[in-house]
Structures are given as C-alpha cells and as structure tokens.
Design a protein around this ligand. Structure first.
Ligand code: PMP
Length: 449
C-alpha cells in the first residue's frame, strides 16, 4: 500500500474493492488519514483538515492528546494483559471509582455495568434490563432519536432510513414526537408547543384510550445528535421524569453522544436536573477507544450472573484512556469552558445568518452545534419553518471538505450541519471554522444579502 502514499484517490479506490458497499463516511469524506493531532487531521497528500467531527463526538480531548497517549504507554509498561474478559484489575477499580463519582449524587445510588465496545450494545443491554426489571415489554422512544444499529437499538431509533436495511423490528415500540425548536412536530412551536407535547406524553401513559400499553422504559437523548442537534427543553424532560417515576417506567438516558462535557454539563440531562434510571455511556467514556458502560440505579440491578455477558467488556486500554479523559474533563472544568464557547459560537453564526438566509436555524449547546440549511425563498412548511435543504447541505459539506473542514450532517433530509469538535478546541480554531464555513457557503454559490 505504500506505493499509494501521496494519493488519496488510490487508497479510496482500493478500499472500495476491499469493503462492502455499506461503507459510509469514506464517501462523504474522501480522504486517507496519515496522522492527526488535536483538532487537525492530515491526509496522505499532506493536506490539513480542521476536524469538527472528532469521531462523532468520541474524541473529547481531540486526536492523540499527549496524556491519553501516555496512559496507553503506562498500560504497556505495567504488564497488564490487553484482554481480561470482565475480570478485575487495579485499573478497572480506579476507572470505576472515577466514573461513578461523576454520576448524579456522586453515583451513590448507581452501579456500573460494562457491556461491551459500542453504544449500540449498551442500549441493547439497557432495553433488556428494563424489561426484566419491570416485567413489561414495551418501549417509548422519540422521533429523530438515534440509538444504534443492532436489532433492539435500531428498533427504538426514530429514523426510517436505516430501517430500510431490515424487515421486522422489535414489537411494542411506540414513537412520540420530540420537542423540536425549529420544527415543532405539532405545528405549534415555542413554549405552547412544548406544553402540548408534555400533555401528549402524559396522555399516552395515563389514558387507557391512548391504546399504548404501559411500557418497560422510555429511552431518549437529552440532546439528540444524529437527529440534527435537538436539545430537549428542561420542563419537558422534568415532566417525563415525573410521569415515568409515578408509573414505575424506567427512564433510559442515552448519553453516548451528548455526554462527557460536550453540551457544557458533564451529562446532557443535567441541564434539566433530572436523575435517569439507566445512563447509557460510550464514545468519549473510552477516551477514543471502544468502551460502553451503563450506569444503573441500584434498585434496578436485577440481573443474576449469566443473564448478560460478552467477551469484550473491560478493555484495559480503553479504561486507561477513559480514566485520563475523565480526569482532564473534571480537573480543567472543560464543561464550563465549552458552555461559554458554544454561546459565543452561536452568536457568531447568528451574525453570519443575517448575511446568509440559507442558514435557517442555529441550535445546540456547548460543542454540539447544529446549523439547519433551508430554502429561504420558499413558502413555510406546515411546521411554520422554511423547507429543509438537504441538497445544499450536502453540497456545503463537500465544499467545507474542499476548504479543509470536516463536519457531519444529520436531521431530516440531512439538512443540519453538525459540529462536534474536540472539547479542547481553542477560540482561534473556532474562528478558522467560521472562515472556512463562510468560504464553503460562497464556494457553493450562496450569495450573501
Ligand atoms: N446512541 C447515540 C446517541 C449515538 O449518537 C450513537 C452513535 N452515533 C449510538 C447510540 C450508537 O453508538 P455506536 O455507533 O457505538 O454503536
């Protein structure tokens, strides 16, 4: 393969021969990575990209943080085995103590369950556990929600596109509309829209004529990621917490993407001050290496040994990089830094929006920001907003890439450009983002007004 060095296209063409058609990112971001550091990725042609995707929010500290690399080195020199099943090590002990202390109430009411390497497998375990703990089988989930691609996780994912891959989902999954700042699914909008959605949820649970059997669990993201960066209003989350508690329904918060300081709080549900029954953690918890953990309220820790197992639980390297990540996030108050930067960035984008009305809506918290691209010259849709422009959004992603900026899309028609950079991104680097983004708008033929 060395013969190809210096040629992205040659690597991409060969990979297309090796890999199945389902490969996705290489189509949108056609580069072969040679190295990366901080927020920067360098391809084999030596071109630099500002990485505002960071492994879809996995790299809280960016690429190759020196302390993270050192923690890997420490595992190597300590003689710890690379594979341990879920046996105990001093490192696992330290990691567990550190992670638990970050859960609500310093984790005193919670225990941890190491599930495996991915967010999806943690969601899978959470759904199974909720069924066992309640003796019920249904799940309520939300439009636009994303929980992974395994069978159960896909069943509770509120997006039909990946469901085209398979027939026959998990039965008894009921989808509810999710409060969306820009496109209220009830066509009401604002506080009245949130209130109506809150009633809707109450009614679904409380009214026998809703036709929905009392579920085992409600699963949601406090800030939807793949759904296009949608932060849930605090009062809505608080009401869901209250109603689920009253009915003995487990509330599962999926913090796989929004957790670990990304939204300006350690967990996204902290914005609403609620305590979930099960917290799903992956991505950043492993500091860039594969790890997934559930935080479970002890009263729902109902499984016996053998009820749920797996080979890859407790990856020592991931615990080392995760422990270092947690330490830096906590000691350097990265959540506070990120909260301020998010507000600043939204102001800058709002100024850009005045000149470029294709920017229909800017939303998000901390370093989880969404920019919804719309058709500002067309009539508002039934939700009272300009129609989403997925085509322009795709073109903008391409133009950003050409300008040396990596971002992802999400939401309805992929019309939302999503920013999930390293949480250590500097203000200067955010200014580079803004420059490159404006360059991309002009490159895509968007005329400023
Ligand atoms: N939940 C959320 C909120 C996610 O964003 C993702 C991944 N984007 C997942 C679950 C699934 O995680 P994984 O891809 O590791 O299975």
């Amino acid at each position: 393969a060395n013969a190809f060095n210096g040629n992205n296209d040659a690597f991409l063409a060969r990979q297309a021969e090796f890999e199945s058609n389902v490969r996705s990112y290489p189509r949108k971001l056609p580069l072969a990575i040679a190295k990366a550091h901080g927020v920067w990725i360098t391809d084999v042609e030596n071109k630099q990209y500002l990485d505002c995707l960071a492994g879809a929010g996995t790299l809280a500290l960016g690429h190759n943080h020196p302390d993270v690399l050192q923690s890997i080195q420490n595992v190597i020199t300590s003689g710890l085995p690379l594979h341990t099943l879920d046996l105990t090590t001093p490192l696992k002990d330290q990691f567990s103590e550190s992670l638990l202390s970050l859960l609500p109430g310093q984790g005193k009411d919670y225990c941890l369950q190491f599930t495996g390497p991915s967010g999806a497998d943690a969601v899978e375990a959470a759904l199974k556990l909720a069924k066992k703990a309640t003796g019920r089988s249904g799940v309520i989930s939300f439009s636009g929600g994303y929980h992974g691609m395994t069978h159960g996780a896909l069943s509770v994912t509120g997006n039909l596109a990946p469901k085209e891959a398979v027939d026959g989902m998990m039965p008894e999954v009921q989808f509810m509309p999710y409060p969306h700042q820009y496109r209220c699914p009830l066509g009401i909008g604002g506080e009245a829209g949130v209130k109506a959605l809150t009633y809707y949820f109450d009614n679904l649970i409380n009214d026998v004529e809703s036709g929905v059997r009392k579920p085992a669990a409600v699963i949601l993201e406090a800030v939807q990621g793949e759904g296009g960066v949608n932060p849930a209003p605090a009062e809505w989350l608080q009401r869901i917490r209250k109603v689920t508690q009253e009915h003995g329904i487990l509330l599962i918060l999926d913090e796989v993407q929004a957790g670990f300081a990304r939204t300006g709080k350690f967990f996204a549900f902290e914005h609403a001050g609620i305590e979930p029954d099960i917290i799903v953690m992956s991505k950043a918890v492993g500091g860039g290496l594969p790890l997934a953990v559930l935080g479970i309220k002890k009263q729902f820790d109902v499984w016996s040994p053998g009820h749920h197992t797996g080979t890859f639980r407790g990856n020592q390297l991931a615990m080392a990089t995760g422990l270092t990540t947690l330490k830096i996030l906590k000691e350097q108050d990265i959540a506070g830094k990120v909260a301020a930067q998010g507000e600043w960035l939204k102001q800058q984008l709002a100024a850009m929006q005045k000149r470029f009305p294709v920017i229909g809506h800017i939303r998000g918290l901390g370093m989880m920001i969404g920019i919804e691209i719309v058709k500002p010259n067309e009539a508002a849709d039934h939700m009272g907003s300009f129609p989403a422009d997925g085509e322009l959004s795709a073109l903008l992603q391409k133009k950003c890439f050409e300008a040396g900026l990596i971002l992802e899309r999400g939401g309805r028609h992929g019309a939302v450009l999503r920013l999930l950079p390293s949480l250590l991104i500097t203000n200067d680097e955010l200014a580079i983002f803004l420059d490159k983004f404006e360059q991309a708008l002009i490159g895509a033929g968007v005329k400023p007004v």
